[in-house]
Structures are given as structure tokens and as C-alpha cells.
Ligand binder design. Structure first.
Ligand SMILES: [Zn+2]
Ligand SMILES: [Zn+2]
Length: 627
């Protein structure tokens, strides 16, 4: 069985009469790519009308039962089978989403299509004229992790639609939207389109994130019921969390959740994350339930509020189990409620564990990392009691890391190996779509490791570097070297820290810069972007190195004057590079944001303080005023 331009009509794509929207979409995706490759139209027909060609259908339908004997392949979840025999290629899965993933697996493994970046720019479609349709079967009995998600961090744009398409191509299966996007009277046109794209692919749709005030909005309830809200500093406030020992709040919450879920039936997972930050209720009843913390804990000054939050989660989940069958509830273990509870939560509950203060130079189970060692036993205890309900809320896409390239792929690999053993079900990654240009490689690694882990980091780097055209080899060498240098220093890197830059040695910096400078960017926008981003990173590094020197006590007054002038120049250059990045391409927008400004400000102020203590009188703050 050979497929080429002439034989296209002999191999129609067949779907069943009752095909779901996602099966139809899967068939149309197959037709689209085959047509593009072979230059002729591939018709979509009915499975009932013939037996040759591609059969695209869920596992347990009549059409597939005729081809496969019962239980021949114990595939679960969104695993799939792609099997060729004589004149037929069968692409099947227990779920419509898995059928779509099977199509992508076929296109990738048999035809050689690659999706390295969202949208047509990131597709690599091979130039084939003829393909032998007899090939060894492709079987994925069970994806490595069952929950493979992204959550939007910033605003939605039309690019989100392209991103969802890409997610499915990488076999990720859940998209989380911030609940506040669903607020009535918000512009819902784009939101509705996004929801349709998610459902068209039979992906899971989650509406969640920090959401206490979505369920109990202060603007609606605070005036009439201040007692629903947390008592902080002696009075009820619409700015903290909620008061869960209030006798009425449970009913109000459940009713609001039910009303929302019934109105938005496409949502599979409902979020029940507390508001971000602290602000837990200090009323007498709530205080009885919170626990004092030992000094080794995450935030020694904050009580452990897990008992109060998770017993409320348990109550809500039990109620929703009856009232909203089939829906899941997702809770969050984070900040001062990351502490494990010995409650086995109802099976409709997922718990997202967020190791917010983790280190990203060491894996979560690294015995030598003091930051991660705090989280390790917490997660282990959680997993013991709620083994199949835990997922990780992770920061691998590094939002608020000032768009710095952190080659953390090895950390992801080690983390995943460990959490898989713990029985964790998957990961949700927080990300800013504006930054995908920098982190698309990380997203590729994430997706591959979560789905099957079939490729090594080296392979994934090589594949991704194809985007850089003629410079692919050199760019791959750059990523490999960056990765090596990242681990040549063993110090921890905490949240939002630009530390990696200053731990790079002069020699390492020179070596990387030489590689980047030697790239020819003619006609390749990716090369240009990489160069621009590297220039930004190097001026950021220079600024930090000079600041550090200035704070060095052994530096003399005369040297300091020279340094101070140099810093001013370096800082201008840094801002200039940021400006250039922003001007040249719109998809990186994370430079002079609040986080960047705060980090720079903190560093400058600290240096200023040190200088003043040493009796020197430089006004560094002036530099900062120019941000
Ligand atoms: Zn209270
Ligand atoms: Zn560490």
C-alpha cells in the first residue's frame, strides 16, 4: 500500500456515522496534512461505505470492533493505536481526544511532521512524494501522566487559539482558564472561541486559579455579609481570604458553584484555589483550627491553615460529588497551606501542589538543596494519602523570570521521574504566551516528558534547533553549552531570581557570546530573536556584576567613581536592549514589568545601603529613577 499524489482517492479517510466533533476534527486534520504533503485532496467518507483507507474512530464503536478483536489492546485514557493492515490504517483510542493524538502520532512518526512552535511558522512538513503505508504499529497504552496542562497567566489574545491547537499537537490534554474571565458582562467573544477550540479537540477544560472572590465576590457580599470575609488585624476585610467557620458560607459557596457549573456545562474541572497571598481569617473559631508553625517551615510567621482550608474543600467536594456528577474540583496546596493533611479527599478532587519557593537549579528530590528539601517531605506525605489525586503546579515556563533563558530541562526530567514514582498524576504549567518564543523548547520538553518521555533532552534540542534553518547545528551547540554551564555552578536559584547570569563565569560568557555572534541571521527571525535576547541578557549580567563589585569593601574610592560611571552606562545599555527587544518583536513583553523593576530596585537599594554604611556617598538611586 503506497500513498502518493495519484493514489489519494483510493485511501479515503473514514469516520463513523455517529462520529463526535473531535473525531471529525481528527479526520480533517489528517486530510489537511496529507493534502499538503501529497498535493491532492483526501476525501473524508463513512466507515460504513467501504473498508480501505484510514479508519478514524474511537475504540469501542462497531466499526473498530470489526477490525480489532475484543481487548486486544488494553488502551486507557488518551492512549492510542495506529495499526496498518493490507489496505487499511486504523487510528483509534478510547477517547476522541486520543484519536486526535493518534493522528498526530501517525503524522509525526510515519510522515515526519514536526510542530516545534505554535502556528504555521513552527511546523516542519517533510517533502515526501510517496509513503509506504505498511509500518509497525504505534501503540500508546497509557500516557505517562494523565493530566498534562497549561494555564494562562496573562490576558487572552487570538494567539491563545493557535496555542491550543499546538497543545493538542504536543498531546497535552487540559487547558485552564482563569475563572475571572467568566465574570458576567466581560467580553466573551474570544473566551467562547477559546472554549470551542478546546472542546473541538476534546481537551479538558478547567476554569480555576485563585478564585475565592470569584465564588464569593466582595462587591456583592461584603456590605451585607462582612462576616463571610476574613477577620484580619481585628476587623473583617474584603482583601484577604474567607471565614470558613461561618455557618452560612458553605451553602452560599455551593449554590454559586452549582449555578456556574450548570450554566457552563463545557467545564470539566472547577477551581477552588484561595486568593493569592495570605490574609487568612483570625476570628476565634478559625484560629482554633489553624496550627502554629515550627521554625523550619516555609513561612514561620504564618500559621498553618491547611486544616481549615482542606476540611472545607472536603465538605464542598462531597456535596458536589452528588450534585455535579462527572465534574472535578481542584484545590491548591501552596504557601501556608502546602502542609499535608491526613484526609483522603473524595475522588472528584484534585490537589495541585505548588512548590512556590523551590529552587530551579536542583530537582525536587535533590538531597543537597535546602530549599527543595522543605517541600520534599510535604509532597511525599500528601501523595501517601491522596496518591492518585495529586498534580503539581509548576513554574518551568518561568513567568516573571525577566525573560531569561534558563536551561532547566534536566531539572524537569529528574522531577518527573521522581513524582511519577510518587503517583502524582501530572502537571499544570503557568505561562505567559507572550514569552513562548523563548520557552517553546521548554514546552516541547515538557510535553514529551509528560506524555511518553520517548526522547532525550539532546534529541529535543536537535529537533527544536531545526527552526533556526542553516544555523541549526550552531544553535543546538549553544543550547547544549548553556545547559552545561547552568549546572557548572551548584548554588540555588529561587523564584524570580536573575542569579544564573552572575554565576556564569567570564570565560563561559565569552564562549556563549562568540557562538551567538557567529550566527548569520539572514532570513531567519528565530536567529535574530535569539541574538537580541542574548544581548539583553549580557547587559543585564554586566549590570549585576558591576553592582556587586561596587558593594565590595576592598574597592577603593577612586575605583568606585569609575565603577559608578560605568554602571550608569551599562544600565542605559540594558534599557536600550530591552527597548529593542520590545520594538522588534511583540511576543516578548516581560521586561520592564513590576517584577523586573522590583528586583533591580532591591539590588540597587541594597548596594546603596552598603555603600552608606561604609561611608561612601554615591547616589545610585538616581540610576533607578530612569526606569
Ligand atoms: Zn473566621
Ligand atoms: Zn537548590
Amino acid at each position: 500500500m503506497l500513498i502518493n499524489q495519484k493514489s489519494a482517492d483510493k485511501y479515503p479517510i473514514r469516520v463513523r456515522k455517529e462520529a463526535s466533533e473531535a473525531e471529525l476534527f481528527a479526520a480533517s486534520e489528517l486530510a489537511k496534512y496529507l493534502s499538503r504533503i501529497f498535493g491532492s485532496k483526501f476525501p473524508i467518507g463513512r466507515v460504513e461505505d467501504g473498508s480501505t483507507g484510514f479508519v478514524v474512530a474511537v475504540l469501542h464503536c462497531e466499526a473498530v470492533k470489526k477490525i480489532l478483536s475484543k481487548d486486544e489492546y488494553p488502551i486507557v485514557n488518551d492512549g492510542y493505536l495506529v495499526k496498518s493492515s493490507k489496505e487499511t490504517v486504523l487510528i483509534t483510542s478510547p477517547t476522541p481526544r486520543g484519536v486526535l493524538f493518534g493522528i498526530y502520532a501517525f503524522l509525526e512518526k510515519i510522515i515526519g511532521v514536526k510542530w516545534l512552535y505554535p502556528g504555521p511558522k513552527g511546523e516542519i512538513i517533510p517533502d515526501s512524494k510517496e509513503i509506504d503505508m505498511v509500518f509497525p504499529e504505534i501503540v500508546m497504552l497509557k500516557p505517562r501522566f494523565s493530566y498534562r496542562a497549561f494555564t494562562n497567566y496573562s490576558v487572552l489574545t487570538a494567539n491563545t487559539l493557535t496555542f491550543i491547537d499546538w497543545m493538542a499537537k504536543l498531546r497535552l490534554n487540559c487547558f485552564t482558564l482563569n475563572l475571572f474571565l467568566f465574570k458576567e458582562n466581560k467580553d466573551s467573544y474570544l473566551l467562547n472561541r477559546i472554549r470551542k477550540e478546546v472542546k473541538k479537540r476534546d481537551l479538558l477544560l478547567e476554569a480555576g486559579h485563585h478564585s475565592f472572590f470569584f465564588w464569593i465576590p466582595p462587591e456583592k457580599y461584603f456590605n451585607s455579609h462582612p462576616e463571610y470575609f476574613a477577620k484580619t488585624n481585628g476587623k473583617r476585610s474584603p482583601e484577604g481570604q474567607l471565614c470558613f467557620t461561618n455557618p452560612e458560607i458553605f451553602d452560599v459557596m455551593v449554590n454559586n458553584m452549582k449555578r456556574f457549573a450548570n450554566k457552563n456545562s463545557d467545564i470539566d474541572i472547577l477551581g477552588f484555589y484561595p486568593n493569592d497571598g495570605f490574609g487568612w481569617c483570625q476570628c476565634e473559631e478559625c484560629q482554633k483550627l489553624s496550627r502554629k508553625i515550627t521554625s523550619k517551615s516555609l513561612w514561620p510567621e504564618q500559621d498553618n491553615v491547611s486544616p481549615i482550608y482542606f476540611s472545607f474543600v472536603e465538605k464542598i467536594a462531597k456535596k458536589l460529588e452528588d450534585d455535579l456528577p462527572g465534574k472535578k474540583l481542584i484545590a491548591l496546596a501552596y504557601l501556608n497551606y502546602a502542609y499535608p493533611q491526613k484526609i483522603a479527599l473524595p475522588s472528584n478532587t484534585l490537589i495541585a501542589f505548588a512548590a512556590f519557593r523551590r529552587c530551579i537549579r536542583h530537582s525536587l528530590d535533590d538531597k543537597g538543596c535546602p530549599r527543595n528539601l522543605i517541600y520534599k517531605p510535604l509532597l511525599e506525605d500528601w501523595a501517601k494519602v491522596n496518591r492518585n489525586q495529586m498534580i503539581m503546579f509548576e513554574y518551568y515556563m518561568l513567568p516573571d523570570y525577566h525573560s531569561l533563558l534558563y536551561p532547566i530541562w534536566d531539572i524537569m526530567k529528574k522531577d518527573l521521574d521522581w513524582i511519577e514514582d510518587l503517583g502524582i498524576q501530572g502537571i499544570v504549567l503557568e505561562f505567559k504566551l507572550e514569552q513562548i518564543n523563548l520557552y517553546a523548547l521548554t514546552a516541547n520538553v515538557y510535553a514529551n516528558f509528560l506524555f511518553d518521555g520517548s526522547k532525550s533532552i539532546e534529541q529535543l534540542i536537535m529537533e527544536y534547533s531545526c527552526l533556526f534553518g542553516r544555523e541549526a547545528k550552531k544553535v543546538a551547540a549553544f543550547f547544549v553549552q548553556l545547559r552545561e554551564f547552568y549546572f557548572s555552578d551548584n548554588s540555588c536559584i529561587g523564584y524570580y531570581s536573575p542569579r544564573f547570569l552572575t554565576t556564569l563565569s567570564e570565560q563561559q560568557t565569552l564562549s556563549l557570546s562568540t557562538l551567538v555572534d557567529s550566527l548569520s541571521c539572514t532570513n531567519n527571525e528565530w536567529v535574530k530573536k535569539l541574538q537580541m535576547n542574548w544581548r539583553y541578557m549580557m547587559s543585564f549580567r554586566q549590570f549585576l556584576v558591576e553592582l556587586k563589585k561596587l558593594a565590595d569593601e576592598s574597592v577603593s574610592g577612586a575605583e568606585r567613581s569609575v565603577l559608578a560611571r560605568s554602571i550608569e552606562k551599562t544600565f542605559k545599555e540594558l534599557l536600550n536592549n530591552i527597548h529593542k527587544c520590545k520594538q522588534s518583536y511583540s511576543d516578548i513583553m516581560d521586561y520592564p514589568n513590576n517584577c523586573f523593576t522590583r528586583v533591580i530596585r532591591d539590588k540597587v537599594y541594597k548596594t546603596q545601603e552598603l555603600l552608606e554604611q561604609q561611608g561612601f556617598d554615591f547616589n545610585l538611586k538616581e540610576i533607578i529613577d530612569s526606569i
